[in-house]
Design a protein around this ligand. Structure first.
Ligand code: TYD
Length: 135
C-alpha cells in the first residue's frame, strides 16, 4: 500500500521558561534530513506550493498556523497545523498546497534530499497521470 500522509507528534520538553521540541532523523521523521527550508513573512491570503514532489517531506508550523492540502490524484485531504510539536509527514507524489497562513507564521519543511528542480512536478495534468499510474 502507498505510504499515507500522517500527523506525527514530536518530543516536547515543557518548561516554564519556554517549551523545546527536537527532531532526529530516522527517529522522529522516517527519513534522513538533507535540507531544511522555511516560509515566513507570508502575506495574508497567499497560497504556497501548487506542485508535487518526488521525495518525502515533513512540514511543521514552527510558529502560528496554516493548512496543508494534499491531493493523491483521487481525493484531497486538508490538515490544519497549529502546534509547534506536531508535524505532517508527506510521502512522495502528493500534490500540495498551503493556505490559510496566520499572521507571522513560520512553515518549516524538512526534506530527504537537496534542492533540485527535478524533484518537482509543477503541471497538474502531468501529476494526475503519474498519480493514477497512467504516465
Ligand atoms: P517552491 O518550492 O516552488 O515554493 P513553495 O512550494 O513553497 O511555494 O520554491 C520557490 C522558489 O525557491 C523556486 O524558484 C525554487 C526556489 N527554491 C530553492 O532554490 N531551494 C529550495 O530548497 C526551495 C524549497 C526552493
Amino acid at each position: 500500500m502507498k505510504d499515507q500522509p500522517r500527523i506525527i507528534e514530536l518530543p516536547k520538553i515543557q518548561d516554564p521558561r519556554g517549551n523545546l521540541t527536537f527532531i532526529e532523523e530516522n527517529r522522529h521523521v522516517p527519513f534522513e534530513i538533507k535540507r531544511i527550508y522555511y516560509l515566513y513573512d507570508v502575506p495574508g491570503g497567499a497560497i504556497r506550493g501548487g506542485h508535487a514532489n518526488r521525495t518525502q517531506k515533513f512540514i511543521i508550523a514552527a510558529s502560528g498556523s496554516f493548512d496543508v492540502i494534499l491531493d493523491d490524484g483521487f481525493t484531497k485531504q486538508r490538515f490544519h497545523l497549529n502546534r509547534s510539536y506536531l508535524g505532517l509527514y508527506v510521502p512522495p507524489l502528493l500534490w500540495r498546497e498551503i493556505d490559510n497562513f496566520s499572521y507571522g507564521s513560520v512553515c518549516l519543511v524538512l526534506c530527504a534530499d537537496f534542492y533540485s528542480p527535478d524533484d518537482y512536478i509543477r503541471d497538474y495534468e502531468e501529476f494526475i497521470r503519474i498519480a493514477r499510474g497512467e504516465a
